[in-house]
Design a binder for this molecule. Sequence first.
Ligand code: PLP
Length: 444
Amino acid sequence: MQTGGPALPQQRSLVTEIPGPESMARLDRKKAHVADGVGTTLPVFVVAAGGGVLLDVDGNSLIDLGSGIAVTSVGNAAPGVVSRVQEQVAAFTHTCFMVTPYDGYVDVCEQLAELTPGDHAKKSALFNSGAEAVENAVKIARVATGRDAVAVFDHAYHGRTNLTMAMTAKNMPYKNGFGPFAGEVYRAPMSYPLRDGLSGPEAAARAIDVLEKQVGADNLACVAIEPIQGEGGFVVPAPGFLPALAAWAREHGVLLLADEIQTGFCRTGDWFACDDEGVVPDLVTLAKGLAGGLPLAAVTGRAELMDAVHVGGLGGTYGGNPVACAAGLGAIEEMRSHDLVGRARELGAVLERRLRALAETHPVIADVRGRGAMMAIELCEPGTTTPDAARTAAVSSACHRAGVVTLTCGTWGNVIRFLPPLAISDALLEEALDVVAEAFAATA
Ligand SMILES: *Cc1c(COP(=O)(O)O)cnc(C)c1O
């Protein structure tokens, strides 16, 4: 078996077309055995990955600008993750923490209390997926406040389970045909500077007005918000939006639930995106970057809120699996020892410089936005805010053919997002952005 991790040659090298013949053959097997509903962005079958590259079955080495959707921030098969996982998997693989506990789970919760925003007393509960964490955060908010309603925002993405589908904004592909959805979920307008031109406080006042008039603050258990939206298009709210929303929520006993599943763990150049404006949420949901690729998610919150739930009310068979916890501890150790907060800022500076230069020559790029190693470009018909999804898809697939894994997102599918592993080298990132520039030129 091919070994991955940082020892893999850090290069883009194509020996076949993308996808190559071996991947194409496997795609036929996928078609035969895997439900069509499980889509594929770029059908190269991977045999190893590490640093900033993915190696496929045809021997192609591709540059990774997606990190498996903001998951492998510490790099794929990162040494600190691999060694702890190997040790744990050889010791024991599962007991169910609710049956007989183990240290790894408690160690992860201790780390989360230290790292997440705010210096109040915190506790955590661990789960398997982001959606499961969001569902549980809502359960906790409802019990702690005795209220039912949940506020979410336009363009929000919170997952694919029934409650989180209700919280997610976009119909296709996430919701279409899957209703009826959970009730008591209300949507407010998001601050979207490119499209609304409002300052943060103005956009917050608009959202608060909708919530007060259509729901009533006294009915709201929580306001759930991604501090920078992920799937919805890397929408960065205008400065002052989150603090104003947080102040209003606090004043009315509405809990602020920050969904940091995509933004968390160094991605934005802070440990958490809320840190940028010093916003301290009551509850935080975490997953993706937390455990270097193993399934681990968490709700971390004010101790008294977390403890409002009766014994046995939170849990699940696999939540906080010992192998996933070992991976989480290894990943956090990698983040600390390699200063990945600082590294995300450096990568963000490279991304911003290159993307702004690209926007000057290609007026189809209406906006360059994001923070740290979470940057995006939004494509619109030049001089307008009319989304150009066709060009977005064309640029992205040109990147794929040239051996760079890019992802798109956004309500209109017109955003290309950049989520490189924080373990990528400057040289490899620059090369990938050369490819992106060539893809814009070739599709003009
Ligand atoms: C990915 C994501 C989720 C859902 O996480 P899963 O692990 O896919 O269930 C929820 N919220 C945000 C902000 C996300 O980016």
